[in-house]
Design a protein around this ligand. Structure first.
Ligand code: ZN
Length: 367
């Protein structure tokens, strides 16, 4: 929904040990759920380039429900990311992470809940304005906001470039849209659960903020929505919204292949398929216990935005991100665990296996 119209939606690892147990690293692109401590500023980024940063926003007098650190936002995000990966063959939103975990910021507005509500239908605009004024926004980023305050017109709002430029897609968690149940009657997805209304709603608003649905799409309707199925993530119409599909029929905004028309499959905010990683020998370990490896990202059309994990004796002894585009070479670094450094110091050699999504298990002897 576009807040300018104020209308709708929505929503919505010494060769000590003969056998080295190789434990598969998690293959999913999504970061683990365990939330980081509260942060008022964006932490250093794991990724470079386009990404979506998440923010928990309160009005000045709002009750702090700690959704940023309590796991609610993380569970919601994990739920919609699993859904999105299922819809796209393994791709999901390129979210801002710090050391592999979701980087969620906390921000308190200057206005009270009532003052913010008086800006309805421009609540999204107000939040974007304050985030920019506070200097907490960055280029190449969009912002997904969970606003823990009230609204009278909708459960959320998004920008819709080019007509409505902006960088924030927001949920109004205590919205009371006319003729609809209160937005806070919709629970967040439980850990490991399926996404529900509120979890789909933030993706819906973020899609708008990325410019979807563009007016060149055949079923575009009601300013940035589609008319062809109420199961569509971006449906708007007279039937109840029951989201379960990303671009019903793939004819409007995802793999629609309409010349000159914005397509989510090409979006820099959508993680590319994880490319194959080639790990070069030798490996080096610095005095500080940091493992350095040369790696290459092999597949054209795929990027290697992933994590490699270092295993020894079935235990994870180091891990870290690699962020390479297709065809590029780079260095992977991982700080070894204290136990691994201790073994290395006592035995002078340590056998490790390095692996990750897109990388075959590669065995090294560290000195
Ligand atoms: Zn909408």
């Amino acid at each position: 929904m576009t807040s300018r119209q104020g209308n709708r939606l929505l929503l919505a690892c010494a060769v000590l040990v003969a056998a080295i147990a190789v434990v598969a690293a998690a293959g999913a692109a999504s970061p683990p759920n365990r939330p980081l401590p509260r942060a008022k500023r964006d932490r250093p980024d794991d990724l470079h380039g386009s990404q979506i940063h998440l923010v928990y926003v309160l009005p000045s007098d709002g009750t702090d429900r700690h959704l940023d650190t309590g796991g609610e936002i993380a569970n919601s995000v994990a739920a919609f990311q699993r859904w999105l990966a299922a819809q796209t063959g393994g791709r999901d939103l390129r979210l801002d992470t710090y050391r592999g975990r979701l980087d969620i910021s906390f921000f308190r507005l200057k206005e009270t809940d009532a003052q913010v509500r008086s800006h309805d239908p421009y609540i999204r605009d107000l939040i974007e304005h304050e985030l920019k004024q506070a200097g907490v926004t960055r280029p190449h980023k969009l912002y997904g906001v969970w606003y823990d305050g009230s609204a009278t017109s909708a459960c959320g709002g998004g920008a819709w470039p080019p007509e409505l430029p902006g960088i924030v897609g927001a949920l109004y968690l205590h919205g009371q849209p006319p003729g609809a149940p209160g937005c806070d009657t919709n629970p967040f997805a439980p850990q490991g659960g399926q996404p529900g209304y509120i979890d789909f709603a933030i993706v819906h608003e973020l899609m708008h903020t990325m410019g979807f649905v563009p007016t060149c799409a055949p079923h575009e309707t009601r300013r940035g929505h589609v008319s062809d199925s109420p199961s569509d993530l971006l449906y708007a119409g007279d039937q109840p919204w029951q989201p379960s599909v990303l671009d019903f029929g793939h004819d409007d905004y995802y793999e629609a292949h309409i010349p000159g028309c914005l397509d989510f499959a090409q979006s820099p905010f959508l993680v590319k398929a994880v490319g194959r990683v080639q790990i070069a020998r030798p490996a080096f370990v610095t005095r500080a216990g940091v493992l350095r490896l040369r790696v290459a990202c092999l597949d054209s059309g795929s990027d290697c935005h992933t994590r490699l994990t270092v295993w020894h004796g079935g235990k994870r002894v180091g891990h870290g991100p690699i962020d390479l585009i297709a065809g590029a070479n780079g260095t992977f670094t991982a700080r070894l665990s204290r136990a691994a450094r201790s073994l290395l110091a006592r035995h002078h050699r340590l056998a490790v296996v390095v692996r990750g999504p897109g990388a075959p298990p590669t065995r090294f002897t560290l000195h």
